[in-house]
Design a protein around this ligand. Structure first.
Ligand code: MTE
Ligand code: MO
Length: 359
């Protein structure tokens, strides 16, 4: 057992603040990721919050400011649920580090992602009660954790476009997979923004601000921005990340595994991100000379990844499994992670490659 009730097979990158990714076997168990295996990405220690004293403060461009307790939130607003995939922008960074080192950033593998069923209230319902004023273009979120990595230290925060904030899928969640939201995942309340990078899903939510421009804090102005390969991080440098890019991964077999020669089932996931859905997943075992289409498994709705499977007859020897997913905009994944290297190591969505030995 690891900290915060996480299973022993999570890969811990940092103990404090706790950062851990889900192992591929746990992701392969099914389309909904077990809470005790779900990845944790935190920039500061878990803040101490008394749920009784906790209030959600809503301010900015509003007709009336709100201070809502958990009891009030539950009483006033209808409960909503959404099954959504979270994906950290740093997922699969290890593949970029293998090309060129990225000092100061953790080498996350493919487990900084997962899918859960989130329950809570609709952000749109809360915004409607506050009464957005004309000129509202963005909605900002502030967490209760003070992050020393931002200089000067600041609370974790970020914003999403006002239009997205008014959509029914964006939740202020207190439940995860049918249980109360664990503290490490943001209890008493977190934001869930389906289709957007994990960094917008602010945990330990304390304040919502309706704004006339995007968030100016460190985690949107400096971090979580895509720089050109020769760029330097700094306020406003590079492009802000928001919508998740199409991605996929092989979950089984894992890289370097020895499998029995003969029929081998290959399993993985594909996630379209944004408003798109997964249209097709192709798998090749001959370096991309020919492709076979994987079977897409259970459809958990437009905000969740699609798991897939395909069986190949593998002769004894070395094999490389290569995958390319396609989304509903007919986009596919970039061929090679070498072309994607960037100084903060974000958005590695290159076609995954897994080497296996059949014996
Ligand atoms: N308050 C707060 N919210 C946060 C973060 C954080 O450090 N503090 N990390 C963000 C990032 S980068 C990601 S990827 C997701 C991870 O959510 P999880 O830890 O529940 O998997 O939370 C986001 N929300
Ligand atoms: Mo993240």
């Amino acid at each position: 057992m690891s900290r915060y009730g996480k299973r022993g097979d999570v890969v811990v990158h940092e103990e404090e603040p706790f950062n851990a990714e889900t192992g591929p076997a746990a992701l392969a168990e099914g389309p909904v990721t077990a809470t005790d295996a779900f990845y944790v990405r935190s920039h500061a220690p878990v803040p101490e919050i008394d749920p009784e004293a906790w209030r959600l403060h809503v301010d900015g461009l509003v007709e009336r400011e709100l201070d809502l307790s958990l009891v009030t939130l539950r009483e006033v607003f209808p409960e909503r649920a959404v099954t959504a995939t979270l994906q950290c922008a740093g997922n699969r960074r290890a593949g970029l580090i293998a090309i060129r080192d990225i000092p100061g950033e953790e080498p996350w593998g493919g487990g900084a992602t997962g899918t859960a069923t989130w329950t809570g209230v609709g952000l749109a319902d809360v915004l409607a009660l506050a009464g957005p004023l004309p000129g509202a273009t963005d909605v900002g979120f502030v967490g209760g954790d003070l992050c020393l990595g931002a200089k000067p230290a600041e609370r974790f925060g970020g914003s999403i476009p006002f239009e997205k904030a008014c959509r029914p899928e964006v939740l202020l969640a207190w439940g995860m997979n049918g249980e109360p939201l664990p503290v490490v995942h943001g209890a008493p309340m977190r934001v869930v923004v389906p289709g957007y990078i994990g960094a917008r899903c602010v945990k330990w939510l304390e304040r919502i601000e309706i704004r006339s421009r995007p968030w100016e804090g460190y985690f949107q102005q400096v971090a979580y921005r895509l720089l050109p390969p020769d760029g330097r991080p700094g306020p406003g440098a590079g492009m802000p990340l928001g919508l998740v890019a199409l991605n996929s991964d092989v979950l089984s077999p894992v890289d370097g595994e020895t499998v029995a020669a003969g029929p081998v089932e290959v399993r993985g996931y594909a996630f379209a991100g944004g408003e798109r859905h997964v249209a097709r997943v192709d798998v090749s075992i001959d370096g991309g000379a020919s492709w076979s289409q994987a079977e897409l498994l259970e459809d958990l709705g437009r905000w969740a990844w699609r798991q897939w499977r395909i069986t190949f007859d593998l002769a004894p020897g070395e094999h490389e499994i290569l995958v390319r997913a396609w989304d509903s905009s007919a986009a596919t994944q970039p061929e090679d992670d070498a072309t994607l290297w960037n100084p903060k190591g974000y958005v590695n969505n290159a076609r995954p490659r897994v080497r296996v030995r059949a014996a």
